[in-house]
Design a protein around this ligand. Structure first.
Ligand code: NAD
Length: 487
């Protein structure tokens, strides 16, 4: 079996415990992963804290930090094929997707490399004579970065990149499901030449997560995962009153009006819900379709869902692979059963296939006559689309916003004026118009409500890892008058 290690204080080492990682395509154990306990976490956070104050890191210019990030970007690009294979093996995400996504992860490091020496302070035109006042942007401190199983290299890059650009140090906790690519990525951090302790990478479950988020040296917790875990994390952050940024789940509406280009919308919908076997926070999991085109649109996506090539994730022709865990498959099957009980109608898919591996077929549920079906509110995090019919634009907007989540949304229409009205009305962190699932290091990403708060990507993310220091400097040589002498 392959073996992986933690990366703490510039050294590769075993964890206090160990666990077997399963290959989702077969269900068989393929690698031995280290498991951090509270003592491992404590050493990692102390290393990051030391590194934060050490001259090897704190004394670097922002330009020098940018150069280290640029080297890391090049190493990620070079290692992308191997990292993609590892992610596919350990999480079941198909090789087509991991190859393309990890090559693009290098662009995130490149973007933040360029940004490192463009995080500027400000000079204030203060309302007092003989005074210079300016703002310094300083790194906030040690960052705890916690990611879920899907896209671990991507979801960690949107934290590591801006945090390092700002001058912070980090302890990154990979998910206990599929941690291989992130543990392997530590070798690139090491090779890039970051001083020991600047980036520490470990894995483990909730115990390690709790030790990390409540550690007194943590200044900022950057979390991606589910809302329930986020609640625990916010409670833990109360210990140090540390900052949090939370990227959580979604129940994103995908809205198709009767004037839309249906072929184009169908392709976007199929990739929006079945890509990554639906394990995507921005999955367009609620299709809201206007009555006049409902049958034509459903026929298109049903045909595509049934034609999808389901198979081994390491094969280039595979379009939908297994889910990451058996636990996830059980959850999905249970939510489908409860939704059918509530009146949802199965259009296609739905059954757990025979054979090894954690596979689940693309599934469509028509909930047009079942407004209370739980699949309209609960996140599947799997390849299941719930469909609702609407008649008017006002109804579409009401349905779109009828969720506690607020991450992403898609609008398909040829009407420019309607598109603008929808953009204004939808409560979500992202609105895609006549497209879906586009991301870039330049564009902020995040949501509100149960989808969390804070933004990743763009300049805003780097600023989020800084704190403002206000400096007052008196420019007069005259002595400060005695305050107790009346004039
Ligand atoms: P999860 O919340 O169960 O776990 C996420 C991470 O938190 C894991 O590393 C886990 O070990 C850790 N964790 C668990 N308990 C903890 C605790 N008490 N303290 C600290 N850390 C703890 O999420 P998951 O089920 O692995 O992932 C799926 C969720 O992630 C979905 O809701 C999905 O929508 C969300 N997600 C969001 C985004 C986004 O950017 N908005 C991206 C991908 C996934």
């Amino acid at each position: 079996m392959d073996r992986f290690q933690h990366y703490i204080d510039g050294r590769f080492e075993d964890g206090a415990g160990a666990f077997e990682s399963l290959d989702p395509a077969t269900g068989a154990a393929w690698a031995l992963m280290p498991a951090a306990d509270a003592a491992d976490v404590d050493r990692a956070v102390r290393a990051a804290h030391r590194a934060f104050h050490a001259p090897e890191w704190a004394g670097l210019t922002a330009t020098a930090r940018g150069k280290l990030l640029l080297r890391l970007a090049d190493l990620v690009q070079e290692a992308a094929p191997r990292l993609a294979q590892l992610e596919t093996r350990d999480t079941g995400k198909i090789i087509r997707e991991t190859s393309a996504q990890i090559a693009y992860v290098a662009e995130y490091y490149r973007y933040y490399a360029g940004l490192a020496d463009k995080i500027e302070g400000a000079h204030l035109p203060i309302d007092k004579p003989d005074m210079e006042v300016w703002l310094r942007r300083e790194p906030v401190g040690v960052v705890a970065a916690i990611v879920p199983w899907n896209s671990q290299l991507f979801l960690s890059a949107v934290k590591i990149g801006p945090a390092l650009a700002a001058g912070c140090t980090l302890v990154v906790k990979a998910s206990e499901d599929g941690p291989a690519p992130l543990l392997e990525f530590a070798r690139l951090v090491h090779a890039a030449g970051f001083p020991p302790g600047v980036v520490n990478i470990l894995t483990g479950g909730p115990e390690a997560g709790r030790a990390l988020t409540s550690h007194p040296h943590i200044a900022h917790i950057a979390f991606t995962g589910g809302p329930e875990t986020a609640r625990h994390i916010v409670r833990a952050s109360a210990e140090n009153l540390s900052k949090t940024s939370l990227e959580l789940g979604g129940k994103s509406p995908f809205i198709v009006f009767d004037d839309a280009d249906l072929d184009s919308a169908a392709n976007a919908q199929v990739s929006g819900i079945f890509a990554a076997t639906g394990q995507s926070c921005v999955a367009g999991s609620r299709l809201l379709v206007q009555r006049g085109v409902k049958d034509a649109f459903l026929a298109r996506i049903k045909a595509k869902a049934e034609a999808v090539a389901i198979g081994a994730p390491d094969q280039m022709e595979t379009e939908v692979g297994p889910l990451c865990t058996l636990r996830q498959r059980d959850r999905i099957a249970d939510l489908i059963a409860r939704s059918l009980d509530a009146g949802a109608r199965l259009v296609t898919g739905g059954g757990v296939p025979e054979g090894p591996g954690f596979y689940f077929p693309p599934t469509i549920l028509d909930c047009s006559d079942a407004p209370a079906a739980p699949c309209l509110n609960e996140e599947f995090f799997g390849p299941v689309l719930s469909v609702v019919t609407f008649d008017t634009e006002i109804e579409a907007l009401r349905l779109a916003n009828d969720t506690e989540y607020g991450l992403a949304s898609g609008v398909f229409t040829r009407s420019l004026t309607r598109a603008h009205r929808m953009i204004r009305g939808i409560r979500a962190g992202i609105v895609w118009v006549n497209t879906y699932r586009a991301v870039s290091p330049i564009a902020p990403f995040g949501g509100h409500g149960l989808s969390g708060h804070g933004r990743e990507g763009g300049l805003a993310a780097a600023l989020d890892y800084t704190t403002v220091k206000t400096v007052w400097l008196r420019t007069s040589d005259d002595p400060i008058p005695d305050p107790f002498v009346m004039r």
